[in-house]
Design a protein around this ligand. Sequence first.
Ligand code: G6P
Length: 474
Amino acid sequence: MITDSKTIIVSNRLPVKITEENGVYILSPSEGGLATGLGSIYKNGNNIWIGWPGLEIPLERQDEVREKLAGLNLVPVFLSNEEISLYYEGFSNEVLWPVFHYLVTYANFEQLAWDYYKVVNDKFKAEVLKHLSADDVVWIHDYQLLLLPCLIRTTQPEITIGFFQHIPFPSFEIFRLIPWREELIAGMLGADLLGFHTFDDARHFLSAASRLSSSNLLDNVLIYKNRQVVVEAFPMGIDSDKFDSLTRHEKVAKYTNSFKASLKNVKTILTIDRLDYSKGILQRLQAFELLLEQHPEYIGKLALYMVVVPSRDTVPKYKELKDQIDQFVGNINARFRTINWVPIHYFYRSFSIEFLSAIYSTADICLVTPMRDGMNLVSKEYVASRTTDDGVLILSEMAGASRELTDALIVNPNNIGDIKEAIVKAVNMPPEEQNRRMRSMRAIVSKFNIHLWVKNFMDKLNEVKTMQESLHTK
Ligand code: G6P
């Protein structure tokens, strides 16, 4: 039974942005979904969130940053530029990220990057152990920390550990390509409960774990080193009430009015992604180009608003993608634009949540076509922002969200013709059909929200621990 314990959340990044202005560090809390959801946990009592502050802090200023963060229940793990380059950019984002998104040819299996991945996971372990008491619960997040569950378990065999992976888990045939596959599985099996977004991700993990470790599989439970490790799907939700009520904020209304005024009867398609090759941005641009080629009647009547949020632009594949997008957009705009209409409005920057709310609630269509995505929260944010029950979501079948949002127009992101047809269907969808589909998706997004996700995971972790304890006392 979990009693009067504290909870320690651990993730690569802290839920806060640190920027330096004139030598002063400024902290701004993150608006991200995970930060909101876990806010109900880490902000309470003695609970804490441990993670990297997102930039290199010189040794002489680390105490100052540590103190500032302590006021927010946050604990930093400081990383040197070398660690950032090899553990974060190198192993996390040049091995695990591409392989887990099925882009194996993008992976760079470098021994030194693996060595640093181990060193930094150890560094996280050392910070966790400084704060850990026997009754505590540790909840570790994502692929940057796959070794951490086992590292903690080795020192604290009885501790309660949950792990959630926010990106897909690939099929065994893909996962086995990683040279350090056994170590990664052993690392994850240090947890009591392992959560994934979809049933398929959980199934892929169970298959890889039962082949790569000496464990026995009973349904969704692995018996490993005399312990039970439970594996389950927990599809992550968003703070849907927040997105719903944001649409009524004064600031959002101002943005919405000026956005609408600028449109002049042009229908809008919206896309929002982090800069990432897993998001299918180039394929989507090809589909839009094909649409303009085959349906010249849309010239001057339909525009694509494309927001690309800068991300990992020190990793070579991301730099390359940025150049390709710039070129693609330039070509399409040069080829199809008219004196008073531009086909693609391209933004390479991030926006405030108020601005996002305005464009979500104004866009007639939201086009979400990742090649592979653990969940994809943009699709859910669009739905939660459609308080008037209209608008059409076009969604890739490769996004975890497609298992829940079955009333979207579901497409294969590799099928350019299919995406183009879906856009035509969306532009011409009668209002009644839009309303019917949107209402049913809104009910799902509202019910299976981020708060329920946190509760379900924590309740299950508690249940697993109670079950393990009762087995031990038998
Ligand atoms: C994905 C990952 C997160 C990560 C985020 C932003 O959503 O699942 O773990 O934090 O991308 O990427 P970044 O590399 O900037 O942390």
